[in-house]
Ligand binder design. Structure first.
Ligand SMILES: Cc1cc2nc3c(=O)[nH]c(=O)nc-3n(C[C@H](O)[C@H](O)[C@H](O)COP(=O)(O)OP(=O)(O)OC[C@H]3O[C@@H](n4cnc5c(N)ncnc54)[C@H](O)[C@@H]3O)c2cc1C
Length: 480
């Protein structure tokens, strides 16, 4: 039995620690905040908890589904949900049907959302270039295991927006593909490597685009996971020193400096934070982590209790660029009851819920320093007179997120492969970060699982301390 320290109690860190313990090892999780969950942690408001991401899992998310089932959170009676995502284009609200796999093969037969799209978008598809993307999707859906097919690798040198627009044309990408992906991931994937997005699309389709509502939402997932783990809250890690004998982790807790020594450590933090707490990474490790671009975001949440609101029952709405100034999309968080028109009984006692309005990537920097009141007023003004109508009145909450996601960008798979076979590695150190997988919830779970496997591998054949010699907190004053 070996001892491990896992730094960070976000979804990736918790999954990683659970895997290590299941493999018969000892694991201690150190978390800077007073609660687990990381960026999935619910925001406490006077109107109840606000979950920042959508508590639904894709039917094709194999690792996430296995985890949810193991924790007993898979809803028994609740059917798979197929909520649609609407689109604002040409001053109108469109409700296109969900994207189907055959549309990629024959996009010309897909439901059209016309006028005045040609005035906005002009780039026509190039059928020759479409073959590469279709081939990648086909190969990825047939290939089992961790090996990435060559046809997917071939897409790695382009961004997703370039590859998809050249292959399918701007019209179809803007009206069918981009909204479907945004509805599923909640993230802007345009600058991501096309190879990475193709793998996400395959998962989306392998589950028929349907999602499963998570009993108790994402909060239950992280809390249930953490309940069986030794987690030290309020412990902010300052530095990790890894040697051939083990890893010393220095952290601050309650104003004191502490340290813990373990056979190996897993760092489950965003790439920028890994660079901060691991000052002695090898050049290959540092270079790889520096290649990620942190993407910050501003989101405005609004509490909706109006039972007759137009968008009840939808997953959200995407705004084609320029349709609603500075805004990118609106997502409905939690599980809204069906629209009042389709279900008279639910209209009697519809549940209130939160919506999230995200600022357009290009306008985030310009708005970053504005006060909450100004941002809320801007959002209300942007929707006034829009096809959605005024936003329903209600309490608002503004969040500025310094690193919503880390964009891996063009060449991500190639850089990752070089990283994985690097000859110079920090001894006994592994990483469980979003930067090594796809940028969705399934990717976070996979990152945790891979981090655990890499940490066990990092021990090699070298002897580890005997059973019972787990991660040791040094008594204060005895640190070297
Ligand atoms: C508003 C919002 C919306 C989102 N929407 C989506 C979505 O729709 N789909 C999606 O896939 N993702 C979404 N995300 C992103 C998603 O939540 C994160 O990518 C995911 O939670 C990352 O998990 P993680 O475990 O890798 O990292 P994190 O959740 O960031 O966990 C890292 C943990 O480490 C802790 N920590 C940091 N520094 C230290 C330190 N020095 N010492 C000890 N502990 C430390 C942090 O407190 C945190 O608990 C959203 C995030 C936000 C905020």
């Amino acid at each position: 039995m070996a001892s491990f320290v896992v730094v960070g109690a976000g979804l990736s860190g918790l999954v990683c620690a659970a895997r290590l313990i299941r493999a018969g090892h000892e694991a201690l999780v150190l978390e800077a905040q007073p609660a687990v969950g990381g960026r999935l942690r619910p925001i406490v408001t006077e109107h109840g908890p606000l979950e920042p991401a959508v508590g639904e899992i894709g039917e094709g998310d194999v690792n996430l589904r296995a985890l949810v089932a193991a924790l007993g959170l898979e809803p028994k009676e609740s059917p798979l949900v197929e909520r649609s995502h609407a689109l604002v284009l040409g001053g109108k609200l469109h409700r296109p049907p969900p994207l189907r796999p055959w549309e990629v093969l024959v996009p010309r037969l897909s439901p059209r959302i016309d006028r005045p799209i040609d005035a906005v978008f002009w780039r026509r598809p190039r059928w020759r270039l479409r073959r590469g993307v279709v081939r990648g999707l086909w190969d990825a859906s047939r290939k089992r295991g961790v090996e990435v097919p060559d046809s997917v690798r071939a897409l790695d040198d382009q961004t997703w927006s370039r590859a998809s627009i050249r292959a399918f044309g701007t019209r179809w990408c803007a009206t069918r593909l981009a909204p479907a992906l945004l509805a599923r991931t909640g993230l802007d994937l345009s600058a991501e490597s096309a190879a990475i997005v193709v793998m996400m699309l395959v998962r989306l389709w392998s589950g028929g685009g349907r999602t499963l509502p998570l009993a108790g939402g994402l909060a239950s997932l992280v809390e249930r996971l953490a309940a069986a783990l030794p987690v030290r809250l309020g412990a902010r890690v300052e530095a990790l020193e890894s040697t051939a004998e083990g890893v010393r982790v220095r952290y601050r807790t309650g104003g004191r400096e502490e340290s813990v020594f373990a056979d190996a450590a897993v760092v489950a933090l965003p790439p920028s934070e890994i660079l901060r707490v691991c000052p002695k990474l090898t050049p290959a490790e540092r270079g790889h982590l520096e290649s990620f671009q942190p993407r910050r975001a501003i989101v405005v949440h609004r509490f909706v209790s109006d039972p007759a609101w137009l968008l009840r029952g939808l997953a959200g709405v995407t705004f084609v660029p320029g349709e609603i100034p500075d805004m990118r999309d609106l997502r409905i968080l939690g599980r809204p009851s069906p629209s009042s028109s389709s279900s008279p009984s639910s209209s009697l006692s519809p549940d209130p819920f939160w919506i999230r309005i995200s600022f357009e990537r290009e306008s985030v920097d310009e708005h970053w320093g504005l006060s909450d009141q100004v941002l809320i007023a801007k959002v209300d003004a942007a929707f006034r007179g829009s096809p959605i109508g005024d936003l329903p009145a209600g309490p608002s909450r503004v969040e500025r997120i310094p690193e919503l996601m880390s964009v891996q960008g063009r060449g991500a798979l190639e850089r990752r492969a070089l990283f994985e076979c690097r000859s110079e590695r920090s001894p006994r150190l592994a990483f469980a970060t979003e930067a090594f997988t796809t940028p969705d919830l399934e990717g976070r779970v996979t990152a945790g699982m891979r981090g655990a496997a890499a940490a066990i591998d990092s021990l090699g054949d070298v002897p580890v301390r005997a059973e019972g010699g787990g991660a040791n907190a040094d008594p204060p004053g005895e640190r070297p």
